[in-house]
Design a protein around this ligand. Structure first.
Ligand code: ZN
Ligand code: ZN
Length: 332
């Protein structure tokens, strides 16, 4: 086996460590909450525990479902229309001067719906994948592929967050926040009881309903700390991504504004708040809370508002081509 192949296998294995860590924390939180707290420790308060368990399982299922979909949804790549034909590829590789290579790319991109350029005004091309990059597409070095509407590569899901799974990622953040908030809020009373017990130093002096001296109290202690810690970190990330959704901006575009024919514009893809939200969550509100793929029905939505009407006159049918090329990848 070649050393590079072994190294790649090791890298691939190691990249699952953050996901395994999250999975172990989630499994432990389930055991600590359901078994240690609800079933073993307080079986007498049955009514309260049943209500807690119903809400707990509802948030748990939604959280695991959206996390699973974020991890295992393959990133969408540019369709074959964006690949150079064999002759063009040979010509591109033969040319050594960047200007001559750009000429080949300009000819190849003539019929494609491209509105963004590099900072120097050139056609965006990925040498690694040998493909003309569609608007909002970026090469991910971790996945070693070009990803449509790439937002970022997330180590916690070991996947690229982009066109195919951005909705799932947002829902994963939302449901993990709900899960952690619910645990923190319901465990708080037991957490306080535990500290009351600690301060008194002796279980004999404690009131009857205080948490007994069992290993369950350590689960309660850690449950509260871990849930509160995750709440704070997820809340900041979730708020930031909601802000991005409202502006139809990816994390990459927030750091580096996309460059259009008329110059760079950080709001170049914004279509107004409602349409921006529909770009990620789809037009049918009933599917918004579910981690199911809901494609945006408005074709214009995939285009930048930045001079879009003028651009459409330049390239008739461009929007439909871009839309159908992306949809065909997702559907396949
Ligand atoms: Zn690439
Ligand atoms: Zn990636």
């Amino acid at each position: 086996m070649a050393p590079t192949h072994v190294l790649r296998c090791c890298q691939r294995g190691l990249s699952w460590i953050p996901v395994i860590f999250i999975a172990l924390v989630v499994c432990w939180s389930y055991y600590a909450y359901v078994v240690e707290l609800c079933i073993c420790e307080y079986p007498s308060r049955i009514g309260e525990q049943i209500v807690y368990l119903i809400f707990f399982h509802a948030s748990f299922v939604m959280f695991v479902w959206s996390y699973w979909k974020t991890i295992f949804t393959k990133p969408a790549n540019p369709s074959k229309e964006f690949c150079l034909a064999k002759v063009e590829k040979e010509r591109y590789e033969k040319e050594e001067r960047p200007e001559a290579q750009q000429e080949v790319l300009w000819r190849a991109a003539a019929g494609l719906p491209l509105y963004t350029r590099t900072g120097s005004g050139a056609i965006r091309y990925c040498d690694r994948c040998q493909v003309i990059k569609p608007d909002r597409c970026h090469h991910c070095s971790a996945c070693d592929m070009c990803v449509l509407k790439m937002d970022h590569h997330c180590p916690w899901v070991n996947n690229c967050v982009g066109f195919s799974n951005y909705k799932y990622f947002i829902l994963f953040l939302a449901y993990s926040l709900v899960y952690c908030l619910f645990i923190a809020a319901t465990v708080l009373q037991y957490f306080i009881k535990f500290w009351t017990l600690c301060r008194r130093k002796s279980a004999e002096n404690c009131p009857k309903n205080n948490l007994p001296e069992t290993h369950a109290k350590f689960h309660v202690l850690f449950l509260f700390f871990v849930a509160a810690m995750f709440c704070i970190s997820i809340l900041s990330l979730f708020s930031y991504h909601l802000w991005l959704v409202g502006r139809n901006r990816s994390t990459i575009e927030a750091f580096r504004a996309p460059v259009f024919r008329t110059g760079s514009d950080k709001n170049g893809f914004s279509l107004g708040f409602r349409k921006n939200v529909a770009q990620v969550f789809g037009d049918q509100k009933k599917y918004w809370p579910l981690p199911l793929f809901t494609r945006p029905t408005s074709r214009i939505g995939l285009l930048p508002h930045h001079g879009s009407l003028a651009l459409l006159r330049d390239v008739p049918g461009a929007a439909i081509l871009l839309f159908s090329s992306i949809v065909s990848i997702v559907a396949s």
